[in-house]
Design a protein around this ligand. Structure first.
Ligand code: ADP
Ligand code: MG
Length: 701
């Protein structure tokens, strides 16, 4: 078939008039023949069985019945009109009911003519009733391309109201196959088809729309899912290759004094295997002459900071400046203090720049940055201001990635003609499958090992009614010299109420833990930064034993002596947030605890979250559960909800296929990076087509 046939506007398909064409475009984004054949069914229904009216049962699934309409009437109701048909077969009588599209139904229905109706039944009194049945004349039903597995296509209320039922879509699909002969071009190379035992494109297309049986349907689904994921992976990998070829990066080929000095003499502990591996990966990137764009994933406390520092030292050794950017002032100061302490013996000029840096200090920083006197700049997004100009920024480290988002990442880039190397660190593990789909064009390093000697945090779930026991436990821990966090939810929409919860909680803790025996800090979002810092500081220095806070302490705060994390209204937190909060404890040598406080009424999802938290400390496992509970769109935010627009694959359910697709795309590019070989012609052609017709593949940004 001439591939251009598939670009024919949908208006030209027999059975699609201008009205239907508008609806298909507006509701389903179907502009061309190609769009229509790529409208894949959501599910399939077994339509081999015909029911008699006598056999109908309450709460059964969808059924099909053969019979006739003997009577049609409009019933007036307070809430509006409905159209009711009396439908009979040789065993009894039932009702068909329409609330919408009544005019169209009334005009098109034939009385006393055999129909096959299909839908779900309700029982009202002794009578069965089927709202908005799918209907087809028996004669047409018998002559149509009938399949045992009836596809159910995505639809919208508007389409249903305008009479574009599933049946109509099905017929249009038949028409399309008739007009084109169903001879769709193959889109995968014969070696892939052979190696993976995939069915051909035409066979897959036919069986996805008109499956003959379960087995063929499964084969068709596998083939099409693989194809979809394969081309996405190919695109991501090619983007990455192109970036590496096109985007030059500074070459850090010297491993010099700073790095060696620090590594040999001043490292406060020995690195874990995972840290060493990741440093190696980064060193390799920095030596290739291409810009590094690496995502470093590592659970809270896995020791990402030291890795970032060693990378920055490499930059310095090669005569470049480096910066590290954190999402909050608290975190930025912690990084600053920590790093400054570590590099003290090296004689490095390092400064902190945040929103609250005084003007005089700010001016000095700006000058030293421009002259190159300043080696490492630590800060918040104040680093992104236009006034901040580096002499030669070689490496930018971004901590806690998804609080910034991609736009800001891009902004850092444009500060130089040759972009700095970029290392993005995130403590919220992104499930591998998701990372592969979203960040396939980034390189990913994982620290999957905690520093030795850490005792896993013990996590328990306690009901509010057990609060007194929990307080007793706190007293014991504080008596041993430990410190405690008590965290309250603070969620935007209900901020006032949450604030009240926090203040009530604070009051009750003050009653239970009175001065002077106990000192309490409080930190929340409505405080001035200076007050926050003051309260934080008192806790860090051990002057207060209890820190009452909202989730502002979620990210990064490091107080090794704190051994208990109490999370109030834990059912209101998401899994990744709970895990982040728990990561605030268990940083010292002592056994630490996380206590999840809730009321008795819990949703199923809340129960799953609590159960997951008490079962495991593994951030990746938690991320997988989170992905299953919330779906990819919610996890990554609307910004990246593109992953939801897959035509047939599901990155959660089909992650095995995704892995295969990525593997084969990698192999292909290793063998033939420009897809020049004759045997890859099909792939090269398909890839070019897909890139051209963006409407189909618009989920690739
Ligand atoms: P995160 O990955 O959460 O940013 P940090 O870099 O803050 O973790 O490290 C957490 C703590 O673990 C810090 O106190 C750090 O000094 C310590 N640490 C990091 N790596 C090691 C190691 N290899 N051995 C012992 N302690 C380490
Ligand atoms: Mg950190």
């Amino acid at each position: 078939m001439n591939p251009n046939v598939l670009q024919t506007p949908i208006d030209y398909l027999k059975g699609v008039g201008p009205n239907r064409a508008d609806l298909l475009r507006g509701e389903l984004g179907i502009h061309t023949y190609q769009d229509l054949i790529n409208l894949f069914p959501n599910r399939y229904i077994d339509r081999t069985r015909y029911y008699k009216i006598r056999e109908l049962q309450e709460n059964s699934s969808e059924v099909q019945v053969i019979g006739k309409i003997v009577h049609l009437k409009t019933v007036e109701q307070k809430r509006g009109k409905r159209l009711v048909a009396t439908f009979v077969d040789d065993t009894g009588e039932m009702e068909l009911v329409w609330f919408r599209g009544q005019k169209w139904i009334r005009e098109s229905i034939r009385i006393n003519t055999p129909y096959v109706i299909f839908g779900r039944c309700n029982r009202i009194g002794h009578l069965f009733s089927m709202p908005h049945p799918e209907m087809e004349l028996l004669t047409e039903h018998e002559s149509s391309l009938r399949t045992a597995m009836q596809p159910v296509y995505p639809s919208t209320e508007k389409l249903a109201n305008k009479g574009i039922t599933n049946r109509v879509i099905n017929k249009l699909m038949q028409q399309l196959f008739t007009e084109t002969g169903g001879r769709f071009m193959e889109t995968l190379s014969s070696s892939l088809l052979e190696e993976l035992n995939l069915i051909s494109k035409p066979a897959a297309m036919f069986n996805i729309h008109f499956p003959k049986n379960q087995e063929l349907l499964a084969k068709a689904q596998y083939r099409l899912k693989f194809e979809e994921l394969f081309y996405i992976q190919l695109q991501l990998l090619i983007k990455n290759l192109v970036r590496k070829q096109k985007i030059k990066g500074y070459v850090f080929d010297m491993v010099g004094d700073h790095f060696h000095d620090f590594y040999d003499k001043h490292l406060p502990f020995s690195l874990t295997g995972a840290q060493k591996r990741v440093i190696k990966e980064i060193r390799h990137d920095l030596g290739t002459g291409a810009q590094m764009n690496r995502l470093l994933q590592g659970d809270v406390g896995s020791g990402k900071t030291i890795v970032a520092l060693m990378a920055m030292l490499l930059a310095l050794d090669n005569g470049f400046q480096a910066c590290i950017m954190a999402p909050t002032e608290i975190l930025a100061s912690q990084h600053f203090n920590g790093i400054q302490e570590l590099v003290k013996p090296l004689g490095i000029n390092i400064k902190l720049l945040t929103g609250s840096t005084k003007t005089s200090a700010r001016t000095e920083i700006h000058e030293q940055l421009r002259s190159g006197e300043l080696h490492i700049l630590v800060g918040t997004h104040a680093l992104l201001e236009d006034k901040v100009k580096f002499h030669n920024l070689g490496l930018a480290v971004i901590d806690e990635q998804h609080r910034f988002g991609v736009a800001q990442r891009a902004k850092l880039w444009h500060k130089n003609t040759i972009p700095p190397h970029i290392l993005v660190m995130t403590a919220t593990p992104i499930p591998r499958t998701l990372a592969m789909s979203l960040y396939g064009d980034l390189d990913i390093s994982v620290i999957d090992e905690l520093p030795p000697g850490r005792k896993p945090v013990k996590t328990v779930h306690r009901y509010d009614s057990n609060r007194l026991k929990v307080f007793r436990f706190l007293r014991d821990e504080i008596a041993k010299g430990r410190q405690v966090y008590v965290v309250y939810p603070l969620i935007q929409e209900s901020e006032k109420m949450d604030y009240k919860d926090l203040m009530d909680g604070y009051a009750s803790i003050e009653r239970e833990f009175p001065k002077p025996g106990y000192q309490i800090s409080i930190v929340h979002g409505q405080m001035k930064p200076a007050d926050k810092d003051y309260e934080m500081d008192r806790f860090v220095r051990g002057e207060t034993q209890i820190m009452v806070a909202t989730t502002v302490i979620e990210v990064g705060v490091n107080v090794p002596n704190a051994s208990v994390m109490i999370i109030e209204s834990a059912e209101r937190f998401g899994l990744s947030q709970l895990h982040q909060l728990r990561g605030r404890v268990g940083r010292g040598a002592e056994q630490s605890y996380c206590i999840l406080m809730t009321g008795h009424k819990l949703s199923d999802d809340s129960k799953t979250r609590l159960e997951t938290m008490t079962r495991t400390n593994d951030g990746f496992e938690i991320a997988e559960v989170d992905l299953k509970l919330r779906g990819p769109g919610d996890i990554m935010g609307t910004q990246q909800s593109g992953v939801l627009h897959l035509k047939i694959a599901d990155i959660v359910k089909d992650n095995q296929i995704l892995k295969a697709a990525r593997y084969y795309a990698q192999q292909l590019l290793k063998q033939d990076p420009s897809l020049a070989a004759e045997e890859h012609k099909i792939i090269r052609y398909t890839y070019a087509q897909l890139s051209k017709h963006k409407n189909i593949w618009n989920y690739i940004s």
